[in-house]
Design a protein around this ligand. Sequence first.
Ligand code: HXC
Ligand code: NAP
Length: 267
Amino acid sequence: MFPNVFAPNLLAGKSALVTGGGSGIGAGIARLFAQHGAKVALVGRTAQKLETTASAIKEAGGVATIHPCDVRDYPALETAINDAADANGGLDVLVNSAAGNFLAPAATLSANGFRAVVDIDLCGTFNACRAAFAHLSKRGGSIVSITATQADVPTPLQCHVGAAKAGIAKLTRDLALEWSKLGIRVTAIAPGPIEGTEGMSRLAPGDAEQQLKSRVPLGRYGTIEEVANATLFLVSPASAYITGTTLLIDGGTSLIGPGPFLEMMGF
Ligand code: HXC
Ligand code: NAP
């Protein structure tokens, strides 16, 4: 259980779907939403990971369903989203957290490697928004997509991720405008380095972790709980006049540019 910093049951009666909800930041968001009374649907490729997160939610008294599929496969994702809406009485909230990442120099990254990340992160986000639209447009709702500071900060070995995440930030603004009249708010969150995640184990393994931490202006990695709380704020009535924005949750990392990453990556 996360400690409550918001009023309890903020999402009572709501239905939410989280892509990438089986692990890391997506799982943390799903757990917090369920703790606040939402029925939560989890999407990801690995059923076992989804099952583990769903079990934790149920053990804590929440409601969770699992819908294994690949966000790159539009028909399968559309079916998953429709099934989730059927099971949970519609859909009010979509969170796009599914992503892929690895360190690779642009000079040797294959076209397929670049495409794989853009397909999962950017196209997968569009696919989920597009398939969720039929449900969100019925009674209004909100979408939050997880981007990354690499969308704005030039970062070596991350050109594929930067391009994909920058695309999500722009997609967020376009959908926010197109769907505003239907009462659908569309926002994004750009986390910096977050403790205990697959993302950071890929980007800063071993000794690199302490090196990077010491350069973060706020002096530490963020927590999954902090990203989940910010996501809850963005889907709550407290943010009713916010749409199109990308909220940085990075401990000030992007304020100092790529510096810490340059050192860590041996530039
Ligand atoms: C270079 C690589 C590579 C690597 C894969 N590829 N790993 N190229 N270096 N380390 C290339 C492959 O050679 C292949 O190209 C192409 O990418 C597709 O590889 P597949 O294995 O077939 O792809 P797929 O099974 O779809 O897997 C996608 C994946 C994988 C992204 C490659 O790592 C994955 O599924 N990751 C999901 C979990 C994850 O990444 N979590 C972290 C998210 S965190 P060729 O040309 O050989 O066919 C995150 C943090 C952001 O995003 C910011 C933190 C600050
Ligand atoms: P993670 O645990 O690996 O989360 C990514 C999830 O996406 C996994 O559960 C993965 O499950 C799922 N996924 C990957 N490819 C998929 C696909 N094709 N279809 C469906 N699901 C797929 O990593 P994380 O670090 O928590 O990252 C979560 C989000 O935060 C990502 O968007 C990431 O870019 C962003 N982010 C993270 C950090 C950080 O410090 N960790 C910083 C900035 C931004 P399966 O492999 O089972 O499908």
